[in-house]
Design a protein. Structure first.
Length: 291
């Protein structure tokens, strides 16, 4: 894995890492995670001949904190990175909250994207009543003050566990996370190897302490607003939307709403699958991203 921060023209740092070699894919990680989430895709990169580039959004990992004004703001960071890497065209992949930022990039720069896949992504404005099947997520969205307290507690429990995934899963926040999982997701969140990488990525999300906490809350607040752009420029056939029918973190109706908004998009719903559907179909995903 290669990783190093870049310095943006305005002086902020931008953290990123690369996994694998081959056709480039920019990866938009989930909310309350980091560039290290790309490590979960190492097998995909190796078997499909892909170079997967995970990028920290501002406030996560190695990327300098910046208050979220518009979802579109992150597009400039991505363009600076891909230009520095010498990439004129690439695929994009977004999971969960990262799918929102992937869609933002695709809507504004469709000419640079060869293929886009979003999985488990919310449609905006996100329906707070179904958020994550967890009280904490509803606090984040409805009452930011309580959201900061809840996310701050989650950060402390993650860091206190110090890499001991079992210890975190026994904590209050860990138990809530497991409770919010569908049956198919539990095999991932109770798999020691998979969860060790996810835990590492989540811990890295809070590398900057309170700024990471603020970023999680602000992203959830941004998800409560309508899309701040039009999908009209996205060519037919460029966007693929994946969702599990039993996703309890982000209900399947979100995928249906996104598909209705993007003309010519391809929607695939995986029956009986949950929020981790992205990690269950590497062969199919590799074919999509490398085509």
């Amino acid at each position: 894995m290669n990783q190093q921060p870049l310095v943006l023209p305005e002086g902020r740092r931008l953290g990123y890492c690369t996994v694998g070699e081959g056709k480039p894919v920019v990866y938009f990680h989930g909310t309350a995670s980091s560039r290290l989430e790309a490590l979960l895709l190492e097998k995909l990169a190796r078997t499909a001949g892909l170079q997967i580039i995970g990028v920290d959004r501002p406030g996560y990992g190695l990327s300098t904190f910046k208050a979220i004004r518009k979802l579109l703001d992150f597009n400039d960071d991505v363009n600076f990175l891909v230009d520095r890497l010498g990439l004129s065209e690439f695929a994009i992949l977004g999971w969960s909250g990262g799918g929102v930022f992937a869609l933002s990039y695709l809507a504004c720069h469709p000419e640079r994207v060869s293929k886009a896949v979003v999985a488990g992504a919310p449609a905006l404005p996100f329906d707070v009543s179904t958020a994550h099947d967890m009280p904490m997520a509803r606090y984040i969205m409805k009452i930011p003050y309580l959201g900061n307290i809840a996310v701050g507690r989650m950060r402390r429990q993650i860091l206190r566990a110090n890499g001991d995934v079992a210890a975190f899963l026994r904590s209050g926040q860990g138990k809530q996370m497991l409770h919010a999982c569908s049956a198919s997701d539990l095999k991932f969140f109770t798999d020691p190897a998979w969860m060790a990488l996810m835990f590492q990525s989540m811990a890295e999300a809070f590398h900057q302490g309170g700024d990471g906490v603020k970023t999680v809350v602000m992203e959830h607040q941004a998800f409560m607003k309508p899309w701040p752009f039009s999908f009209s420029k996205i060519p037919a056939g460029k966007l693929v939307i994946w969702h599990g029918s039993e996703d309890r973190t982000c209900r399947v109706v979100n995928a249906e709403l996104i598909a209705k908004s993007v003309a010519g998009s391809q929607l695939e719903i995986f029956e009986g699958r949950g929020h981790c559907v992205l990690f269950e179909n590497f062969e199919k995903l590799g074919e999509l991203l490398s085509s």
